[in-house]
Design a protein around this ligand. Structure first.
Ligand code: ZN
Length: 411
């Protein structure tokens, strides 16, 4: 049985000698081997650590190994050999590591390992090739059909491969940090992309996507995803939950069919680069003012002229729904579809924020005004060929009082 991994051998004597370990593992193949001899009928198990420099490997008798601690992707063993105490830090694909360690444990207890064990032969160079961390495929003919992707990949690009869906084999690559599927024909993203817990960069430029699902917005991507390129797709709108992707710093939405930004876009506090050129945005949502960007490109949108007259939808008195919704949001009372009907959650999720900071659902005054985009971004690409950097933005007012107080703003 073999395990491809990274191993760091740390001598416990290093600190005593005033030395520090490098903190970096080397690519290695661990083999679990069993040897029987006539004098010793019971099988002796060995752990063999082979590296590119030392293909024959260093042998540790399994019985001399003491288990110290375990974590999902890292494990430490303490082999006692020649009185020197050493620690082995093993980093590998967690499921293969689990399987390998349980086999070692069985061998440690003296059990026979029923998985076929390899004999003590040097590891071949080809076995180290699986440690690739980067793979770039830019044509259909190079796309692997019969072979799996190396598990150790951190950066995978498969462009111009004619993919119509995301290959499930990619979703097993738990170390992926960068996934580039640009220039394909992908229509829909599987929710399981959200299981790639380290994914920081996702490039879907030039595909046939029509949406970005709520499930993805609520996956572990919330904690990892920094760069998302959805340019050249057919997206009309993004869900309100999109703004839960809190780590996003770079978002590209150029050349889509967007008719609106998600209304809570101001919650993307880490966003620095935003481009949504050549879409169909008529105006910006009020929360757009809360962004703090370095770069903004909204060129070639179908921005409308701000309306002179406001839209008045005030209720007097407020309905029970309106006043309870306002109370829930103002007091930040937690809610969810396990407590209240799903449609009410959606209403609360898309509530409008008044300039006074309070919220409103259906009772409000809506006004449009223009905003200079330089107030939210250092570098602004002109919005049209006329050299403008202004765009229409919607404002909401929860009461007549708020509207009157802010009416200067709308002039
Ligand atoms: Zn107000």
């Amino acid at each position: 049985m073999k395990l491809q991994c990274e191993v760091e051998v740390i001598s416990r004597h290093l600190p005593a000698l005033g030395l520090r370990n490098r903190g970096k593992g080397v690519r290695a193949v661990l083999s679990l081997c069993q040897q029987t001899s006539r004098s010793q009928p019971s099988a002796r198990a060995f752990l063999l650590i082979s590296t590119l420099k030392d293909k024959r490997g260093t042998r540790y008798e399994v019985n001399a190994i003491e288990f110290v601690m375990g974590r999902t992707s890292m494990y430490a063993l303490s082999p006692v050999e020649f009185i020197i105490l050493q620690l082995l830090f093993i980093q590998a694909n967690s499921s293969s590591l689990k399987g390998f360690l349980s086999a070692v444990r069985l061998a440690h207890r003296g059990c026979k390992v029923d998985i076929p064990v390899s004999t003590l032969t040097p590891v071949k160079t080809s076995e180290f090739e699986n440690f690739k961390t980067k793979m770039v495929i830019t044509s259909k003919k190079d796309y692997p059909l019969s072979k799996n992707f190396p598990y150790s990949l951190e950066h995978l690009q498969t462009s111009y491969c004619g993919l119509v869906r995301v290959d499930m084999r990619m979703l097993c690559l738990k170390n992926l940090r960068k996934l580039d599927l640009s220039h394909n024909h992908i229509k829909k993203l599987p929710a399981t992309i959200g299981d790639l817990i380290h994914l920081q960069e996702l490039n879907l430029n030039d595909n046939h996507l029509e949406s970005f699902s709520v499930a993805l917005c609520q996956s572990t991507l919330q904690k990892s995803l920094r760069t998302l390129d959805l340019s050249k797709n057919k997206i009309k709108a993004l869900p309100v939950q999109f703004c839960q992707l809190q780590e996003l710093t770079n978002l590209k939405l150029d050349d889509n069919e967007l008719i609106q930004f998600p209304c809570k876009i101001g919650q993307l506090v880490n966003l620095r680069f935003l481009s949504a050129a050549r879409n169909k945005l008529p105006f910006l949502p009020s929360e757009f003012r809360n962004l703090s960007l370095e770069y903004l490109d909204l060129f070639g949108n179908t921005f409308e002229q701000p309306k002179i007259l406001p839209v008045i939808k005030l209720q007097a008195p407020l309905t029970l729904l309106e006043s309870s919704a306002r109370t829930i949001l103002y007091n930040r009372i937690p809610y969810g579809s396990h407590i209240i009907p799903f449609h009410l959650c959606q209403d609360l999720d898309t509530a409008k924020t008044c300039v006074c900071g309070r919220f409103c659902l259906n009772s409000f005054i809506q006004g449009t005004t223009t905003m200079n985009l330089h107030s939210v971004a250092h570098t602004v690409v002109l919005v049209d060929n006329m050299g403008g950097t202004e765009a229409p933005i919607v404002s909401y007012f929860c009461s007549l009082g708020c509207y009157v107080n802010s009416s200067d703003m709308l002039k």
